[in-house]
Write a protein that binds this ligand. Structure first.
Ligand SMILES: O=P(O)(O)OC[C@H]1O[C@H](OP(=O)(O)OP(=O)(O)O)[C@H](O)[C@@H]1O
Ligand code: HPA
Ligand SMILES: [Mg+2]
Length: 175
């Protein structure tokens, strides 16, 4: 038998599953770019790793941006949020493009949940534009542009974290 930690994970607490397919994610990233196109131009895209890498690639392609940097942050260990650690900041070259405060830089992440990650990155680059594909209510005030809001008790399952699997028919108790 697998020993379980008594404390429920963020994913278990969230309860409401929201699976996102690659198609849907691509569509949502394109919708996000339509909005960002009205706000820019931007000098560079900064992805918050790792989840921000996928939307950053799509947004950069659509906006014609070729300078892409990362802020590497570690927080959730699978689904439990620990202390935030900045493992790598942006390069000196990107910082210069943003005049030191991030002006004209576009920060991209897949989602904002409690806002802990977004708050940290905003402290590093207060004048940057912060965009996420999805937003939960607690983190939403930190985001400048997002596409879809989901409730705080929703857990978003991204396509790179999931695989197709058999589901029992609804009549037999499927969720
Ligand atoms: O608003 P918050 O409560 O801080 O949560 C949002 C962050 O959590 C996830 O990243 P995670 O730390 O799991 O790392 P990953 O991107 O490497 O999967 C997600 O990609 C966001 O960056
Ligand atoms: O809803 C979520 N889904 C995936 N990763 C996450 N990290 C924080 N919240 C979430
Ligand atoms: Mg992340």
């Amino acid at each position: 038998m697998v020993e379980r930690n008594s404390e429920p994970s963020a994913q278990e607490r969230a309860g409401r599953p929201f699976p996102v397919s690659w198609d849907q994610f691509h569509r949502d990233c394109r919708a996000l770019t339509w909005r960002l196109n009205e706000v820019g131009p931007f000098h560079a895209v900064i992805a918050i790793t790792r989840g921000g890498l996928v939307p950053a690639a799509i947004v950069a392609r659509e906006l014609g941006l070729r300078i892409i940097d990362t802020v590497c942050v570690a927080s959730y260990d699978h689904d439990k949020q620990g202390d935030l650690k900045v493992l790598k900041g942006i390069s000196e070259q990107t910082a210069k493009l943003g005049g030191g405060t991030g002006k004209g830089l576009l920060i991209v992440d897949d989602l904002v949940d409690t806002g802990k990650t977004g708050r940290l990155v905003r402290q590093l680059l207060p004048d940057a534009h912060f965009a996420t594909v999805y937003a939960k209510p607690k983190g939403r005030p930190l985001v400048d542009t997002y596409i879809t809001e989901v409730s705080q008790d929703t857990w978003i399952y991204f396509p790179w974290d999931t695989a197709l699997s058999f589901q029992p028919p609804i009549r037999d108790g499927a969720a």
